[in-house]
Design a protein around this ligand. Structure first.
Ligand code: 4AD
Ligand code: MG
Length: 462
């Protein structure tokens, strides 16, 4: 039976006979034998395989065993004399499945820039860094499901194709089966959507929240975890056109309960990753960002700072730092402001609440003064906004008023309004940007390097 390398590194015992399958990372030829490091993706460290000259196909194998080649090795585990590994594999049989020509295979030993690796979307996952990132990403996803399942939340699957713009920001990709060379028009020369596949304008979803609210009104506590899409043309290291979002929604919950859940949630994920991926996290600490382990401890151990938007503006106005964007009550916080609060001032995540009504979405609960809504954003050092959430407006008349005030058509939201007509309850939820979480966890600079196949303006090849 084939064994995974991580399991052998952790628990393999000398004298066991095992088979491993994987890809060659390095080859080191000595006089009487050759060392080959094999990696199967299960761990950062590979397994050292020793090929002795006495192997029947030694000379031929050696020619084919180059970086990137896929191989199967059978042999005996022995204690290693080298200091870099506890055990190694003495090969008795070697089979080469696929060669990798050293003249053309682009991932040779030297370190490549992340930018260059992005042009190799089909190969870059075989590198140490991207390998560690995607194992940590997997551990984050596991922690997310575990956290909610332990607390009795139902995982609900919200649609990717939708007719409603949840955030009202008009940043949606259209979904159509029209032949774009011949779009049917109405007598008024507008697009005749009644002839399109869904018989109405349809889009890729920007958020599963509105549908999650439907499900929360039946199951009390639910969460979504899936891809979302935004056609905002932001070419930054924090924005993707396709990203994954986690959105819990809780009935009978207010903003305080929402913040408590979000804080416990982030702490849980960090703890889980530290426990399950210690080697990968150590690698990020040494090679990517020497503060990731301290950051993780800081998240787990310290209470997040909570302050209102109004208090945040006062702090920013007093700041000795000069900002590119203006600071004024009523204007949205920019990433430089968010980072100043979290990184410089409090040196930990900051939860900012009660934003001005005008700059937030229609569904957020209006406060009595009507100037602010019960919103909360969690701002993380180095990342800025990582979570955005709110208590929802559960009062029918106020919600209708807010939809109108934002220039949206209440008829389009009839079913959303029905939730307030039939059995409405106070409720709240938030959205965590999954890739921003993985960036925060690993210290990776660019969001394009924490998702296997990044979609950004002008880029969707792999
Ligand atoms: O703040 P946002 O827009 O909130 C919502 O969509 C709500 N409906 C969530 C809810 O209450 N259920 O987005 C939530 C998070 C942001 O805080 C950010 O981390 C991430 O999604 N995000 C992005 N991540 C990568 N690329 C983008 N273009 C992103 N836009 C938002
Ligand atoms: Mg937001």
């Amino acid at each position: 039976m084939t064994r995974r390398i991580i399991e052998l590194l952790r628990h393999g015992q000398p004298t066991e006979t095992v088979t491993v399958k994987g890809w060659v990372r390095t080859k080191r030829e000595l006089k009487e034998f050759t060392f080959v490091e094999v990696n199967d993706g299960s761990s950062l460290q590979g397994l050292q395989v020793v090929l002795k000259q006495t192997l029947p196909n030694y000379a031929e194998s050696l020619k084919q065993l180059n970086t990137g080649a896929s191989i199967e090795v059978r042999g005996d585990l022995v204690e290693s004399e080298g200091k870099n590994q506890r055990i190694e594999l003495q090969a008795t049989e070697v089979k080469i499945w696929g060669e990798a020509d050293p003249e053309t295979y682009p991932l040779q030993k030297k370190r490549h820039s992340f930018e260059f690796l992005r042009t190799l979307g089909h190969l870059r996952s075989r590198t140490n860094t991207l390998g560690a990132v995607f194992r940590v990403r997997n551990a984050c996803a596991t922690a997310i499901h575990q956290f909610f399942q332990e607390r009795g939340f139902l995982w609900v699957h919200t649609p990717i194709v939708t007719a409603s713009d949840c955030e009202g920001a008009g940043e949606m990709f259209a979904v159509t089966s029209f032949n774009l060379k011949q779009v049917p028009l109405t007598p008024n020369q507008t697009v005749d959507y009644s002839q399109d596949f869904f018989e109405r304008p349809a889009f890729l979803t920007v958020s599963g929240q509105l549908e999650a609210e439907i499900m929360a009104m039946a199951f009390s506590n639910v969460y979504t975890f899936g891809p979302t899409f935004r056609a905002e043309n932001s070419n930054t290291s924090r924005h993707l056109a396709e990203f994954w979002m986690v959105e819990p929604e809780m009935a009978f919950c207010d903003l305080e309960g929402d913040m408590d859940l979000a804080e416990a949630f982030l702490k849980y994920i960090f703890q889980h990753v530290l426990t399950t991926c210690p080697e990968d996290m150590e690698f990020f600490q040494q090679r990517i960002d020497s503060s990731v382990l301290d950051t993780a401890q800081n998240i787990i151990e310290n209470q997040f700072e909570r302050l209102t938007y109004t208090e945040a503006i006062a702090l920013l106005e007093k700041s000795p730092k000069s900002f590119d964007f203006p600071v004024k009550w009523g204007l949205d916080l920019q990433s430089e402001h968010e980072r100043y609060l979290a990184e410089d001032l409090f040196k930990k995540p900051v939860i900012v609440t009660d934003y001005p009504t005008e700059i937030k979405a229609f569904y957020m609960r209006l406060s009595d003064d009507e100037k602010t809504v019960r919103a909360m954003d969690i701002l993380a050092p180095k990342i800025g906004e990582i979570i955005g959430g709110s208590q929802r407006e559960e009062r029918l008349d106020v919600l209708q008023r807010r939809i109108q005030a934002q220039g949206l058509n209440p008829d389009d939201y009839w079913w959303y309004l029905d939730l307030r007509r039939y059995g409405t309850v106070p409720h709240a939820g938030f959205g965590l940007g999954f890739e921003r979480l993985v960036q925060f966890m690993t210290g990776m600079e660019n969001i394009r390097d924490v998702i296997p196949f990044p979609r950004t303006p002008g880029s969707a090849e792999f």
